[in-house]
Design a protein around this ligand. Structure first.
Ligand code: SAH
Ligand code: SF4
Ligand code: F3S
Length: 489
């Protein structure tokens, strides 16, 4: 594979800018035809990485003249950015494709593009070629930076364009981005995954692990802060192995130390941490920091050593427990969340008991509980001892109950305390309320003016509703009422 070179990437960005200018002419032509500005709709499935990729797609689409809309009905161009981590994600896409077909029947100029992780699977491409011939453009996770070029190809051709790469060594980031939130942003620090957990398809669809150079990450964050961002989420499938393959290796903890220095940045989050690579250095940096949020998502997957080994997770139940204890000792107020899988091949009711035991002992603040999904091409899919659906369901329900009970208990501990919240939006159900996020990732709803969105306020956590709070703002005693709010700005 060619040596990574950022000069190449700069040339690539310049080239893509030329394609954007060309694509803009086609969109202008469509605008004349329609007598109004053409609209686009980007629908995102899956994780934060996909959400960030969608912001890049939307950046290019708005740059070339499309107006972004939320509903597919009023769009002239629809992009589905897909996920394939579990089969239900794929089924949702197929279900909605049927609907898109009917939309296109009534609107022949409608263009449809599919991209993201699902498109990296050969069987998916075959199926779409056969059964969904109305799709105009298909590309994958490795050539997303070629989107402008692919759009031009699409505008110049009538048949379905399919362009899927197996790998790339390019990291092209200097392209327009349209952020969903003005005050917070995801930042990719690495791509791909080398862990090959035996159930997981991500390494196959996202490729090998590649870290971005620290100076590029820092520059991107500085630019974001200049543009009003106060919170960043550093993104990678396993951020704890950041920097190992850089020309000058550096640890994730070292990167965090540098990100912390950025003036104006108020909060730092990251996702996801693999337990096997979580260092003492990271715990130390976190516990000394007042910018790094008091939340760690630390996927456990299973509590049984036998299952953990078959999953290729490379830690034991005892090691996981020791790690969480170390974290809670260093930061008593840290919220710990996790991912759990039920129904991995060979898993028995006793194995599920081991997972439940860890949940009881760690008392997670929240846990995403998934039913094992067989992914073609992964080692686990070829294992003989797949668990019958009814047994899986039984284990899942048992686990879910304990997860919910412990999360509720943890949440209730904050009742009556005051915490700083970043105001994220006006409440969807009740426009008199604002929704804020605490450092520990908990949401709180409280009365307030929409002008406060994007700022920090102190909120009293009055009533716990299981997974979120309702409360009220605490104003600084000396501040003139209705003007300065404690912690704001
Ligand atoms: N890189 C992250 C997770 C990425 S996928 C990590 O290692 O933690 C997000 C979650 O989906 C995983 O933590 C796992 O719990 C779940 N998952 C992945 N593959 C799955 C499968 N085949 N069936 C069910 N859940 C799965
Ligand atoms: Fe999948 Fe494991 Fe990589 Fe996470 S660490 S993306 S679960 S292979
Ligand atoms: Fe899904 Fe791809 Fe993320 S498979 S979970 S969108 S990396």
């Amino acid at each position: 594979m060619a040596q990574y070179s950022s000069a190449n990437d700069d040339r690539e960005s310049a080239l893509q800018r030329e394609y954007m200018a060309k694509a803009a002419q086609y969109v202008a032509g469509l605008e004349r035809e329609l007598g109004r500005r053409p609209c686009c709709c980007v629908v995102t499935f899956g994780c934060q990485m996909n959400a960030r990729d969608s912001e890049k797609l939307l950046g290019i689409l708005t740059e070339i003249g499309y107006e972004s809309v939320e509903d597919e009905e009023s769009a002239d161009f629809i992009v589905y950015n897909t996920c394939t981590v579990r089969d239900n994600a794929n089924q949702r896409v197929y279900g909605r494709l049927g609907y898109l077909h009917s939309l296109k029947a009534g609107k022949p100029h409608l263009r449809i593009a599919l991209c993201g992780c699902m498109m990296q699977e050969e069987n998916v491409i075959e199926k779409i070629r056969k059964s969904y011939r109305f799709v105009d453009l298909i590309f994958g996770t490795h050539n997303l930076f070629k989107f402008a070029e692919l759009l031009v190809t699409m505008f110049e051709n009538r048949e379905m364009i399919v362009d899927i790469w197996q790998e790339t060594d390019q990291i092209v980031e200097e392209l327009p981005v349209r952020r969903k939130f003005p005050y917070k942003s995801g930042v990719n620090i690495m791509f791909g995954c080398n862990n090959f957990c035996s159930y997981c398809i991500v390494p196959y669809v996202r490729g090998r692990e590649r870290s971005r150079a620290p100076e590029e990450i820092l520059q991107e964050i500085e630019r974001l802060v200049d543009d009003g961002v106060v919170e960043v989420m550093l993104l990678g499938q396993n951020v704890n192995s950041y920097g190992r393959n850089l020309e000058t290796p550096m640890s994730f903890a070292q990167l965090l130390r540098e990100v912390e220095q950025i003036d104006g940045l108020r909060r730092i989050r990251f996702m996801t941490s693999h337990p096997k690579d979580l260092s003492d250095e990271l715990i130390d940096v976190m516990s000394r920091s007042d910018k790094i949020c008091r939340h760690l998502h630390l996927p456990l997957q299973a509590g049984s050593d036998r299952i953990l080994q078959a999953m290729n997770r490379r830690y034991t139940k005892a090691q996981y427990l020791a790690l969480t204890e170390k974290l809670r000792t260093a930061m008593p107020d840290i919220a710990l969340t996790t991912d759990l899988i039920v129904g991995f091949p060979g898993e028995t009711a006793e194995d599920v008991d081991e997972t439940i035991d860890v949940v009881r002992r760690v008392r997670f603040d929240n846990a995403f509980t998934f039913i094992y999904s067989k992914r073609t091409g992964t080692p686990a899919a070829a294992m003989a001892n797949q668990v019958p659906a009814a047994t899986v369901r039984e284990g899942f329900d048992r686990l879910l109950k304990v997860v919910q009970d412990t999360a509720r208990e943890r949440a209730a501990l904050l009742r009556g305390s005051t915490a700083e919240a970043l105001v994220e939006e006006v409440n969807e159900q009740d426009a008199a309320l604002l929704t804020g996020r605490l450092s520990n990732n908990m949401l709180v709803h409280f009365p307030g003016d929409r002008d406060l969105v994007g700022g920090f306020v102190n909120v009293s956590l009055d009533e716990c509703h299981g997974f979120y709070y309702t409360g009220h703002m605490i104003r600084k005693a000396e501040a003139p009422l209705g003007k300065t709010v404690d912690g704001n700005g």
